[in-house]
Design a protein. Structure first.
Length: 355
C-alpha cells in the first residue's frame, strides 16, 4: 500500500516536472524562468527556502522563499558559501577529482545542495527544510531538486545564448549601420565635390552664366526637343561694344564690371527656360524656344539697356550688338551652325552701327 502511494506521488511529480519543462521551453524571459523554477521547488519539494546560483558571464544568484517567489541575491547570502563549495572550479582541478565530487550533498541536518552537470558543475541549488526527514524523503528531495535544477540551467542557458546572439546581431547591425552612414556621408561629400567641379566646368566664374561648354550641354537638349516637335526656336548672339576702350582707359577691373553688367542685362531680357551663356571675352549667346517673334526679345534687350544706363551711375555705357537667327526644324542644320550664323549676323550688325 505504501509503495503504491509512493508510486502515485512520483507519477504526480513526474507530470508536474513535465509541465514545468514545457513551460520553461516556451519562456522567453529570465524572470519568468525563475518564477517557474521557484514555484516548482516550493510545490514539489516543500522547501522552506532555496538559493540558486548559476555560473556564466554574469553569475545569477537568486533566493527563493517558501512560497516559491524568487528574489535577487548576492554572495552575501548566508547559503552562498554552501553553493560555492559544491560548484566545481573552472580550472585547476584534475578530471579524476571532479569525477569524485558528488552531484548532491547533505549539508548538516536540514540543507541539501545539488549541482548540474555532475562534473565541472555550472549551477547549484541549495534548499532547506525544518524538522527531520527519512532517507527515502531525502532521496526524493534529491531527485526532485536535481531535475528542477537541470531544467532551470537549460532554460537560463538558452536565454543567455539567445541574448548573446541578439547582442552579436545588434553589434553587427550597428557596425553595418555605421559603415553605411560613413559610406553615405562619403558619397554625399563626393556629390558635393563633383557638383562643384561640374559647376566650375559649366559655369562662367565672372558672370555666373553658362560658359561655352555649359551652353552646348543644355541648349543641345532643348534644340533636339524642338526639332522633334517641329517647334520654333532662335539663337541670339551678342557682343559688348567698347570693352577694349574701357580696358585700355579705365583698367581691366572696370572692364570686368562692364562684362558683369552686360551679362545681367542680357539675362534679364530672357525667360528662365532660355539657355544663356558667356561664350568668352565680350561675347554672349542665348537659345530660346517657342519664340515666333524673336525680334521682340531684341526690343526687350534694348529697353533694358536703356533703363540700365539711365538708372545706374557708371563710368561707361553698356551697349550690345546682336545677331539673331530663327532655327528651322525642317532644315538639316545643327545648333553649332545656327550659333555661327548668329555670330556672323551680330558682326554685320556691329559694322553697320560703327559705320
Amino acid at each position: 500500500m505504501k509503495s503504491e502511494i509512493n508510486a502515485r506521488q512520483e507519477l504526480v511529480q513526474m507530470r508536474a516536472l513535465l509541465t514545468t519543462a514545457r513551460e520553461l521551453l516556451q519562456a522567453d524571459d529570465t524572470q519568468v524562468v525563475l518564477e517557474l523554477v521557484g514555484s516548482t521547488i516550493a510545490e514539489l519539494s516543500g522547501a522552506e527556502a532555496a538559493l540558486l546560483a548559476v555560473c556564466g558571464d554574469d553569475e545569477e544568484i537568486v533566493s527563493i522563499d517558501r512560497h516559491g517567489k524568487p528574489h535577487p541575491a548576492s554572495p552575501d547570502h548566508v547559503w552562498y558559501p554552501a553553493a560555492a563549495e559544491v560548484l566545481a572550479p573552472r580550472s585547476g582541478m584534475a578530471d579524476n577529482a571532479m569525477a569524485a565530487r558528488p552531484a548532491a550533498r547533505r549539508l548538516g541536518q536540514h540543507l541539501l545542495a545539488v549541482t548540474v552537470p555532475a562534473h565541472n558543475a555550472v549551477a547549484a541549488l541549495v534548499a532547506g527544510w525544518h524538522g527531520e526527514a527519512t532517507e527515502a524523503e531525502w532521496a526524493q528531495r534529491t531527485r526532485t531538486l536535481s531535475a528542477v535544477l537541470e531544467l532551470a540551467a537549460a532554460a537560463l542557458s538558452k536565454l543567455q545564448s539567445r541574448s548573446s546572439l541578439e547582442q552579436l546581431v545588434y553589434s553587427q547591425y550597428a557596425q553595418m549601420a555605421d559603415t553605411a552612414q560613413a559610406h553615405t556621408e562619403e558619397l554625399a561629400r563626393r556629390d558635393v565635390v563633383e557638383g562643384e567641379m561640374r559647376r566650375l566646368c559649366l559655369v562662367d566664374v565672372l558672370t555666373g552664366l553658362n560658359n561655352r561648354r555649359g551652353f552646348f550641354l543644355h541648349a543641345e537638349q532643348s534644340f533636339k526637343l524642338a526639332q522633334r516637335r517641329h517647334a520654333r526656336s532662335a539663337v541670339i548672339f551678342a557682343d559688348i561694344d567698347g570693352l577694349k576702350l574701357v580696358n585700355d582707359e579705365l583698367g581691366h577691373e572696370v572692364g570686368d564690371n562692364l562684362i558683369r553688367d552686360a551679362a545681367a542685362v542680357f539675362r534679364e531680357s530672357f525667360r528662365d527656360a532660355d539657355v544663356i551663356a558667356r561664350m568668352g571675352g565680350d561675347e554672349f549667346v542665348a537659345y530660346t524656344l517657342d519664340d515666333a517673334q524673336p525680334l521682340v526679345i531684341l526690343e526687350r534687350l534694348r529697353a533694358n539697356l536703356h533703363a540700365f544706363n539711365l538708372m545706374q551711375e557708371r563710368p561707361y555705357r553698356v551697349e550690345i550688338s546682336t545677331g539673331i537667327v530663327q532655327c528651322d526644324p525642317a532644315a538639316d542644320q545643327n545648333l553649332r551652325n545656327y550659333v555661327l550664323l548668329a555670330d556672323q549676323r551680330m558682326y554685320a550688325h556691329k559694322r553697320s552701327r560703327l559705320h
